[in-house]
Design a protein around this ligand. Structure first.
Ligand code: NAD
Length: 255
């Protein structure tokens, strides 16, 4: 018996990093999974790998979270291939650093299109199916930048605070329809997002600042997604869960 037997899940940004580990963990617990990402090559590779481990449990589909028509087609396709979707891991995201004075409007808009609007469109697109088929669980990837600020991150933090707020409003609206909505807030996690140029310097700095004195890995994050996707979390909604090695346990003088 898997903890996610009978679950049909969409994992956005599932081709690499945390999303890929979430896909592996979901399939390992018995879920059917669509890996939804703009990164076709990586997504197909992961789908091939999962096919060997659990035939028929996962497939890749090109999907841009900032495009509503892409969402409509994705949900219709999953419903047809696997049955009604009942888990959405709204994990896709992008990160851009810039000082307030230097952040270009186009870059700011891109961050909000992918991170915030992508999250909203995901909730909008699955709500009807979930409501009509006995409910579901939506897990929104915010960040510790959705709980507190960091220099150079004004736009990114704006998107992650938006996700935290949308999560609570949607949880209130969708709860009576059997749909739970929660946000998770990872600290620094070792993925391609945090290593755009390789190298360990950023990792060592990040590790030095938190209680557990290490950065996280996708394997630290995926079990929380499994819990929130499963019926074990049936009374958890509207919650914001930090998973950050203690990064947000401190005020500015700690760490
Ligand atoms: P990552 O860059 O390794 O993976 C992100 C994935 O999202 C990639 O596969 C990418 O192709 C995909 N993606 C980007 N734009 C997309 C779009 N428009 N449509 C569909 N897919 C798209 O990053 P990660 O570290 O695995 O991050 C996953 C989530 O966790 C993100 O929302 C990120 O903001 C958040 N997060 C990351 C960290 C960290 O330290 N890595 C910390 C807190 C929160």
């Amino acid at each position: 018996m898997g903890r996610l037997d009978g679950k049909v899940a969409i994992v956005t940004g599932g081709a690499q990093g945390q999303g890929a580990e979430i896909c592996r963990a979901f399939v390992g617990e018995g879920a059917k999974v669509v890996i939804a990402d703009v990164a076709d090559e990586l997504g197909e590779l992961l789908a091939k790998d999962l096919e060997q481990k659990a035939p028929g449990a996962a497939y890749f589909r090109h999907h841009d979270v900032s495009d509503e028509s892409s969402w409509i087609a994705l949900v219709a396709d999953v419903n047809e291939r696997f049955g009604p979707v009942n888990v959405l891991a709204n994990n896709a995201g992008i990160l851009r650093f810039a000082e307030v004075e230097r952040m270009e409007q186009a870059e700011f808009e891109l961050l909000f299109r992918v991170n915030a609007m992508g999250c909203f469109l995901g909730m909008k697109s699955v709500a009807r199916t979930m409501r009509k088929n006995g409910g579901g669980s939506i897990i929104n990837a915010s960040s510790i930048e959705g709980l507190a600020g960091m220099p150079m991150c004004t736009a990114y933090a704006g998107t992650k605070f938006a996700i935290r707020g949308m999560t609570k409003a949607a949880a209130l609206e969708l709860g009576p329809k059997g749909i739970r909505v929660n946000s998770i807030h990872p600290g620094m996690i070792d993925t391609p997002m945090t290593r755009p140029h390789g190298g360990d310097a950023a990792m060592e700095f990040g590790a030095s600042k938190v209680a557990l004195k290490r950065v996280g890995t996708p394997a630290d994050i995926a079990p929380l997604y499994v819990y929130l996707a499963s019926d074990e979390s049936s009374f958890v909604t509207g919650a914001e869960i930090a998973i950050d090695g203690g990064a947000t346990a401190t005020h500015a003088f700690g760490g």
